[in-house]
Design a protein around this ligand. Structure first.
Ligand SMILES: *Cc1c(COP(=O)(O)O)cnc(C)c1O
Length: 388
C-alpha cells in the first residue's frame, strides 16, 4: 500500500485550474465524434518553417552538439539575438551580460521570482493575466497585489493608482497582451519606467507576442525607453514568432543584475538549451522578415473575417491590435463567461476560453484564438449566429 503522500503546502495553496471543467467538456465532445472548432488554443496551427527544420537536421548530425550545452548558450546564438534586437527595436544589448537564452520564456518567467523575491515582498500582477505568472510568485513567497486591466483604460494598468502603492518589489506586464490583445503605448512605458526608477521597483515585461501585430503598428520593447535597463528585464520567445512552440527556445534581456539572478537560479535547476535547437534558433532569427509579415497577414485576415462575421448579426467586438486573440465581451443574453463558453460548446461545438480563467476582471469576456483556418472561422461564425 502506498504511503500517505500529500502535496506541499505551497502546491496546495495554488488556486484551482479554472479551465478544467471546460477542458473536460471539450474532451467529451471530441470523444463523441462531434466536429469541434477549437478557438481555445494559444498555439499556432502552422508547423515550423522548413529552413529552421533543415538547420536543426544538420546540427543533429554533428556529435559536438549532443553534449551538455553551456547554461548561457552559444555565443553565436546570443550574438544573433543582439543583432535581431538591434534591428527590430534599435536597442543595443551586451550579449554577455544583458542576454540570457531560455528553454522557452515560460521557464524564465517562472524561475526569476525565486532569485529576486523574498517572502512577503509585494508583487503587482495584472488581472486578467497569463495564468503561469501567479504560481511562480507564490512559490517564491511573494504577496500579490492585483492591478485591474479595464477596457476604459485600453487594458493598461492605471499608473496614478500604482503611484500611491508603497513598497513595491516587482511588477509584471505583458504587451502585446494575452488575453486582452492590447498593446502598450510609448507614453505608458515612459511613465512606468519613471515610476519604477523613483519608487525603486523591478519591471518584468513579457513580450512573447512582439511580432504578432496588426495594421503595421509595431509594438515597442520597454527597453526602448531611456533608463529602462536600470529597472527592467524583458522576456522574448521564438514560439509564436516562428511557429516554434514545441521547440522550447526564447531569451531574457535587459538589466544585468536581474539577468545574473535568473542565470544563478537556472544553473541550479536546468542546463543549457540543446545546442541543435540553438542552431535552429539562429536560423530562425536570421529569417527573411517576409515570413513574419506573412504570419501577420494570415492572422489579420482571420481576425477581420471573425470580427466582421460576428458584427453581421450584431455582436460588436473591438478588433485586437496585436497577439492572435480576440477578447470579446460576452453577447447579450448570456450571464457569465463560463455560461457562454459552455453554451458555445454544447450548442455549437465551439471551444472558447472563459475570461474569468485569467482573473476576476476577465469575467464577462471570452477569448477566441485565431489559430484555425479562415474556413473554420467562417464555419464558427455561422454556428454562433444560430445560438445568439
Ligand atoms: C505563449 C506565451 C508565453 C510562453 O511562451 P514560451 O513558449 O514559453 O516561450 C509567454 N507569455 C505569454 C503571455 C504567452 O501567451
Amino acid at each position: 500500500m502506498s504511503i500517505n503522500i500529500e502535496f506541499s503546502e505551497r502546491l496546495k495553496a495554488l488556486p484551482p485550474y479554472l479551465f478544467l471543467e471546460i477542458d473536460k467538456a471539450k474532451r467529451a465532445a471530441v470523444a463523441e465524434g462531434r466536429d469541434v472548432i477549437n478557438l481555445g488554443i494559444g498555439d499556432p496551427d502552422y508547423g515550423t518553417h522548413q529552413h529552421i527544420i533543415d538547420a536543426m537536421k544538420k546540427a543533429l548530425e554533428d556529435a559536438g552538439n549532443h553534449h551538455y550545452a553551456f547554461d548561457a548558450g552559444l555565443p553565436e546564438f546570443r550574438n544573433e539575438i543582439k543583432t535581431w534586437f538591434s534591428k527590430r527595436f534599435n536597442v543595443e544589448l551586451d550579449p554577455d551580460k544583458e542576454i540570457y537564452p531560455l528553454i522557452g520564456s515560460k521557464e524564465g518567467l517562472a524561475h526569476l521570482p525565486l532569485g529576486i523575491i523574498n517572502p512577503k515582498d509585494k508583487v503587482l500582477l495584472t488581472d486578467p493575466a497569463y495564468p503561469a505568472y501567479r504560481p511562480s510568485i507564490e512559490f517564491a513567497g511573494g504577496n500579490i497585489t492585483s492591478i485591474p486591466l479595464k477596457a476604459g483604460n485600453d487594458f493598461l494598468p492605471n499608473l496614478d493608482h500604482i503611484e500611491k502603492i508603497n513598497n513595491i518589489k516587482m511588477m509584471l506586464i505583458n504587451y502585446p497582451n494575452n488575453p486582452t490583445a492590447a498593446v502598450a503605448t510609448r507614453e505608458f512605458y515612459e511613465k512606468l519606467v519613471k515610476l519604477a526608477r523613483e519608487k525603486e521597483f523591478i519591471i518584468v515585461s513579457d513580450m512573447a507576442y512582439s511580432e504578432v501585430y496588426f495594421d503595421n503598428e509595431k509594438p515597442l520593447s520597454i527597453l526602448e525607453i531611456e533608463g529602462a535597463k536600470d529597472v527592467a528585464i524583458e522576456f522574448h520567445s521564438l514560439s509564436k514568432t516562428y511557429y516554434m512552440t514545441g521547440w522550447r527556445i526564447g531569451w531574457a534581456c535587459g538589466n544585468p543584475t536581474l539577468i545574473a539572478a535568473l542565470a544563478k537560479v537556472k544553473s541550479n535547476f536546468d542546463s543549457g538549451i540543446f545546442q541543435a535547437i540553438q542552431i535552429a534558433g539562429i536560423a530562425a532569427l536570421k529569417s527573411d522578415p517576409l515570413i513574419t509579415q506573412d504570419m501577420r497577414d494570415l492572422y489579420q485576415d482571420r481576425r477581420d473575417y471573425l470580427i466582421n462575421g460576428l458584427r453581421g448579426f450584431g455582436w460588436k467586438i473591438t478588433p485586437p491590435k496585436a497577439a492572435f486573440y480576440v477578447w470579446a465581451k460576452i453577447p447579450k443574453g448570456f450571464s457569465s463567461s463560463m455560461e457562454t463558453a459552455k453554451a458555445f460548446l454544447d450548442k455549437a461545438d465551439i471551444v472558447v476560453t472563459p475570461g474569468n480563467g485569467f482573473g476576476e476582471n476577465g469575467e464577462g469576456y471570452i477569448r477566441m484564438a485565431l489559430t484555425v483556418s479562415r474556413d473554420r472561422i467562417n464555419e464558427a461564425v455561422t454556428r454562433i449566429s444560430k445560438i445568439i
